[in-house]
Design a protein around this ligand. Sequence first.
Ligand code: NDP
Length: 306
Amino acid sequence: MDGSVGPMRVLVTGGSGLVGRAIERVVKEGGGREGEKWIFLSSKEANLVSAQETRAAFEKHRPTHVIHLAAMVGGLYRNMRQNLDFWRNNVHINDNVLNMSHEFGVVKVVSCLSTCVFPDKTTYPIDETMMHNGAPHDSNYGYAYAKRMIDVHNRALFQQYGRKYTAVIPTNMFGAHDNYNIEDGHVMPGLIHKTYLAKKEGKPLQVWGSGRALRQFIYSLDLARLFLWVLREYDEVEPIILSVGEEDELTVKDAVDAVVEAFGFEGEVIVSFHTNSVWNFKFTPFKQAVKETCDWFAANYDTARK
Ligand code: NDP
């Protein structure tokens, strides 16, 4: 157990979000071990932008391990409008969580980056060593640089204090408890919400985007299982990409087809189309994952974030 004494006390920041809720479910369904304590923190319990509130949460819970998910997260347009807010809020959250983890002697922290940390102009295939090799895309540089600084913080903590704090880099994710906002959400939840409404209102489904660009979608429950693996087994400071294999890359058109099929949407679809796999992990088949997510959204429409 990472050299720690006694059972783990794992504090999950961002415990009320898409990934946090998926980890909670995986822990409940057998991923947790006897004696372990899992604490899922929401912003209501502690606003991690505040150093005082972060300290109070660490004093209360005294974690031995931290999964750090909390972040100001948003879709492309919100990022473009609010780069300053994304930069400042996320830098404060990350600095507070990593600094408190160090001060309270947390054995291991697994933070969550995003593929947008990679340089805008890059060569393929992308790997973990390329993160700082050039500026990130201009649209969400505030968010992207704040994520990159987690890696800087982790490396410096290792260099100065020997701390083995690390980070994962997941690709586009989706699943229950996502933010289904059409304007400001990510690709899959936005598409799911739009298709749900088109079916309900008997209207055509209108989709924009590049139908040919390849995306790697990861189901939040698969990501949650991989997070547990990283927490228990991965012993490096260098971040690790969590993604389906290149052979499972999909176009946005493939995603549209899967969502349409999952909802049994029979209306017109108007489409205006203007790396690194992980060991032997068995990913949920894409169509099954989409079906489960759409079923969840339809069943929880009134309370889902949108
Ligand atoms: P969500 O938006 O679903 O959840 C965000 C979480 O962060 C919530 O639990 C929220 O708490 C918490 N949070 C936000 N601001 C604060 C704050 N000031 N203080 C304390 N907690 C706060 O995000 P995801 O689950 O999708 O994302 C988890 C991680 O994965 C993030 O680090 C994100 O950057 C990263 N990521 C996400 C991707 C995606 O496709 N969704 C892709 C790649 C990376 P509350 O709800 O209580 O406000």
